[in-house]
Ligand binder design. Structure first.
Ligand code: SAH
Length: 345
C-alpha cells in the first residue's frame, strides 16, 4: 500500500489514527505540534514519542517535506524555490520580504489547467492537485530555509486554488490552527481566476481571508481573449458572485489587473472598469504584466499605469500599483512553472 500524507490530517483525524493504534489521546496533539509547530521532516525527530509508535506510523504515513532542488535569490531579497515533492514532481514557491513581514507565495497544484494566455504556470497543463500537507510544507520549508518567521501567505503560486477546493480549504484550516503554525486568516490572501460556483461555496465558509479576483479586463470580449475561463463564467456573473461574497462574508474583495500595452490599458477601459466595480469598496491592484515566453503580451509603460490608476481613483475606485518583486529571477506574478523531475538541474 502506498503511504499516506500525515501532514494533511486535521487534529481530529490524527486523534482517530492514534486511538486506533491504542494510544492515549494526548499523543495526537503532541504529533500535531511536531508536524505543524516544530515542523519536523522525519518521524525520528519526534523525540518524546515511543519508538514503537513512530515505527508503526512510519509504515503507513509519510511527512510532507519537499526537497530544495534550486534556490534563487533576487536583488530585492525575494527568494524562489524549486521544490521537489515526494513523487518527483516539482513546483515553485516564493518568499517576499515586506516591511510588515515575510510572505510566502504558495503553489496549490502541479501545473494549472485554466489556460490564461499571459501565464507561464498553465503552459504545460495540470498534472495533479497538491495535498493540504504539501501546501503547508511549502511554507515550513521556506521558513526553515530563511530562518525567519513567515507571517503572511498568498495563494498565488502555480495552480488555481479553487480548482483544488477541498485540499486548499483543509490547508487553510491547518495553517491557521492555533496548535499549529497559527497564521491568522487575516494574513492570508487567496487569488482566483474566477470559478463562480466555487466563490459561492467559499463564501459559505465565512473565512476572514482576503479574496483576490484576477479580473484583468472589464468586458467579455477582452477578458475571453485573455482568459478562457471567462467563457464559462462571464464578467457579469463573476461580479455578481463577488457582490454576494462581500455580502455573505462582510469582507472586501480585491481585484488583480495585469496591464498589457495596447490591450487593456486605455482610458476608455479604465472608465469601463470603474463603472463595473464602483460602489463595491473593492481595491484594485495594478500589475504591469510580466514577460513570459510564448506570450504575445508586453507590459504597459509606467506612465500609462500611473494614468490608469489616476483615472480609477478619479472615478472613485481605490487602486494601487503592485511592486514587481523577484522579476530578475522569474519569480514575479505569472512567471512560476512546474518542472519535470526528469528534466535535470
Ligand atoms: N490561479 C489563480 C492564482 C494565480 S495568482 C489566479 O488566477 O488568480 C497569480 C496572479 O498573477 C493572477 O492574478 C494572475 O492572473 C497573474 N498573472 C499571471 N500571469 C501574469 C503575468 N505574466 N504578469 C502579471 N500577472 C500575471
Amino acid at each position: 500500500m502506498e503511504k499516506q500524507c500525515i501532514s494533511s490530517l486535521s487534529l481530529e483525524e490524527l486523534g482517530g489514527v492514534v486511538r486506533e493504534m491504542g494510544q492515549p489521546a494526548f499523543r495526537a496533539k503532541q504529533i500535531f505540534h511536531w508536524l505543524h509547530q516544530k515542523q519536523v521532516t522525519a518521524f525520528s525527530q519526534m523525540t518524546d514519542q515511543p519508538k514503537a509508535l513512530l515505527a508503526r506510523l512510519e509504515e503507513t504515513w509519510f511527512i510532507a517535506a519537499p526537497q530544495i532542488r534550486r534556490r534563487q535569490q533576487s536583488k530585492d531579497g525575494t527568494v524562489k524555490y524549486l521544490f521537489q515533492l515526494a513523487d518527483g514532481n516539482c513546483i515553485e514557491t516564493v518568499v517576499m520580504r515586506y516591511h510588515y513581514g515575510n510572505t510566502v507565495c504558495v503553489s496549490t497544484q502541479v501545473g494549472c489547467r485554466m489556460g490564461c494566455r499571459f501565464c507561464a504556470s498553465t503552459q504545460a497543463g495540470r498534472v495533479r492537485n497538491l495535498m493540504a500537507g504539501e501546501i503547508a510544507a511549502e511554507v515550513y520549508a521556506a521558513q526553515r530555509d530563511i530562518g525567519e518567521r513567515i507571517s503572511h501567505i498568498v495563494l498565488m503560486g502555480i495552480g488555481e486554488p479553487l480548482d483544488n477546493y477541498e485540499e486548499v480549504l483543509r490547508f487553510l484550516h491547518l495553517i491557521s490552527h492555533p496548535e499549529g503554525a497559527n497564521i491568522g486568516m487575516r494574513n492570508i490572501s487567496l487569488s482566483t481566476c474566477g470559478l463562480v460556483p466555487m466563490i459561492d461555496r467559499l463564501a459559505q465558509e465565512k473565512l476572514q481571508l482576503t479574496l483576490s479576483i484576477s479580473l484583468h479586463a472589464p468586458n467579455n470580449a477582452l477578458r475571453s481573449s485573455m482568459m478562457p475561463v471567462n467563457d464559462a463564467y462571464p464578467v457579469e456573473q463573476l461580479i455578481a458572485a463577488c457582490r454576494r461574497y462581500q455580502t455573505t462574508t462582510g469582507r472586501r474583495i480585491s481585484f488583480e489587473y495585469s496591464m498589457v500595452r495596447g490591450v487593456n490599458d486605455s482610458e476608455a477601459i479604465a472608465r469601463q472598469l470603474a463603472g463595473l466595480i464602483r460602489g463595491m469598496g473593492a481595491h484594485v491592484n495594478l500589475i504591469p504584466i510580466n514577460p513570459v515566453d510564448g506570450s504575445p503580451y508586453s507590459a504597459s509603460d509606467a506612465e500609462n499605469v500611473r494614468r490608469f490608476q489616476q483615472k480609477l481613483e478619479e472615478l472613485g475606485v481605490n487602486a494601487t500599483v503592485r511592486r514587481r518583486l523577484g522579476s530578475d529571477i522569474s519569480a514575479a506574478c505569472g512567471q512560476l512553472r512546474r518542472e519535470d523531475a526528469r528534466a535535470g538541474e
